[in-house]
Design a binder for this molecule. Structure first.
Ligand code: DGL
Length: 279
């Protein structure tokens, strides 16, 4: 039997930066009574070009910081950190439940396009580990998966250049080899990086209507709800003020976090909303 004080604890989420706020947004919609504490490791962004050793070290520090804040579940809202560190963090933090975004993303892709041809857009580290390829093929042996590192798209999203000629030009440069021949066009494009959902309009403009665009935020929120429920940890009632609480932490640059993060979260933020912490 879970105690009330366990249920009242917040859900912890971390990402290398502000991209994971797209996952937080989906979580808040799905679980409106929960409190959340979000940590963006902005001092060390990007993770995607770093070695697995560094990514694992950063992910461990971020996870331990959140664990000390007495969370009831940890969401690794970063594809790169999920690809590198999920198993280690699940082992180290047990019995705290820990969930990543890669498996829910793979599940969403397989559900949308069974036996499909999938193109995964992700960071170098996620692609080098074949995190999505392995996850998709473990769910659907007939799937055809190609994985493409797109580091410039992280920079575009961070800069807020998400629409128009420049964004579409860069997306086209990455995608055109996969769309050159009609018979090999992907059935799905998987946004295998938390920064990419805000580039969806540019990706749609280049890919056209015949390709599904898959984002793991919604399926991750569903998976988090199921995991909370299986541990008896879902908060069914809103807090006493009728609103769920949100604490935003970053390791550097509160003003930049607020400016860029507002776009990802879909809510205007100011620097005072963000607390700077040292890991
Ligand atoms: N958050 C990372 C991911 O989802 C992208 C940014 C980075 O490279 O740190 O893979």
């Amino acid at each position: 039997m879970t105690s009330d004080s366990e249920i009242m604890k917040p859900v912890g989420i971390f990402d290398s930066g502000v991209g994971g706020l797209t996952v937080l947004k989906a979580l808040r919609e799905r679980l409106p009574n929960e409190d959340f504490v979000y940590l963006g490791d902005t001092a060390r962004l990007p993770y995607g070009t770093k070695s697995a050793t560094s990514i694992l070290r950063y992910a461990r520090q971020a996870a331990r910081h959140l664990k000390l804040r007495d969370i009831k579940l940890l969401v690794i809202a970063c594809n790169t950190a999920s690809a590198v560190a999920l198993l280690e963090l699940q082992e180290e933090l047990a019995p705290l439940p820990v969930i990543g975004v890669v498996k829910p993303g793979a599940f969403a892709a397989v559900e949308a396009c069974p036996a499909g041809r999938h193109l995964v857009l992700a960071t170098e580290a996620t692609v080098n580990l074949h995190a999505y390829g392995d996850a998709i093929r473990s769910l659907d042996e007939a799937a055809d998966v190609r994985e493409l590192p797109c580091e410039l798209l992280v920079a575009l999203a961070e800069e807020g250049w998400t629409k128009g000629e420049i964004a579409e030009g860069i997306v086209r440069e990455y995608l055109h080899p996969f769309f050159a021949a009609e018979q090999s066009r992907p059935d799905s494009i998987i946004l295998g990086c938390t920064h990419f959902p805000i580039l969806r309009p540019a990706i749609r403009a280049v890919a056209g209507d015949g390709t599904r665009i898959i984002d793991s935020a919604g399926t991750t929120a569903t998976a988090v709800e199921e995991l909370l429920r299986s541990h008896g940890l879902v908060r069914e009632e809103p807090g006493s003020d009728g609103r769920s609480g949100l604490e935003l932490l970053a390791t550097d640059g509160a003003r930049r976090f607020a400016r860029v993060g507002g776009t990802f979260l879909g809510t205007a933020l100011v620097a005072a909303d963000v607390r700077i912490v040292d890991l």
